[in-house]
Design a protein around this ligand. Structure first.
Ligand code: 5GP
Length: 181
């Protein structure tokens, strides 16, 4: 389906994202002065956000990626988080920021954060481009949030619907009526 059919409305524009990432980058730079930071991106949704975010961060950092799944091809989380691709970095003693596209129920990041501490990380914080606080089912602190959004399924800027629409420049709300046609 063409993007113009599936998009109900634009929620966050390319320009708003750019400006907010600059602010978050400055905040992270301040908070991690003098530290070696390990930034872990959660694939696939976070890769575009992470690519833009790290270029606004001015401290020594290394990157790694993992992939986690709790959704399958549906709108609702299953609550069971599976790591489908793991990092190759030894996290012992590391200061980590987990980078996500969106925090919804919180299950994914809660699982990943606990996992990093179990593996011996020194500190684990979270940065997400988007957060839906009204959907939270586990309380999890998120230190660096781009935008809090209402309860709607969104696509674009890395976020997909059945693997499509990640390339859209804005974050857009899906017209779920079109999907039922
Ligand atoms: P959580 O474990 O917090 O419920 O889910 C986080 C993951 O669910 C995100 O990384 C993302 O893959 C997916 N997700 C949650 N809400 C949305 C949404 O509105 N749009 C898309 N494309 N994915 C979402």
């Amino acid at each position: 389906m063409q993007p113009d059919k599936i998009v109900l409305k634009t929620l966050v524009t390319e320009q708003q994202i750019k400006e907010r990432i600059k602010e978050l980058g400055q905040q992270i730079t301040q908070d991690y002065q003098g530290k070696d930071l390990l930034i872990i991106g959660v694939l696939k949704g976070a890769w575009i956000y992470m690519a833009d975010l790290i270029r606004e961060i001015d401290v020594n950092c290394t990157v790694d990626f993992l992939a986690a799944s709790s959704y399958g091809a549906s709108f609702e989380t299953s609550g069971v988080v599976t790591i489908t691709r793991d990092i190759s970095t030894d996290v012992r003693g590391k200061d980590i920021i987990l980078v996500e596209d969106i925090v919804d129920s919180g299950f994914t990041l809660n699982h990943l954060k606990n996992l990093m501490y179990e593996r011996g990380a020194n500190s684990v914080r979270i940065s997400t481009l988007l957060s839906k606080p009204s959907r939270r089912r586990v309380e999890i602190p998120v230190e660096y949030v781009g935008f809090e959004i209402p309860d709607a399924f969104v696509i674009g800027y890395g976020l997909d619907y059945i693997e499509k629409y990640r390339h859209l420049k804005d974050v857009c709300v899906v017209n779920t009526d079109m999907l039922n046609d």
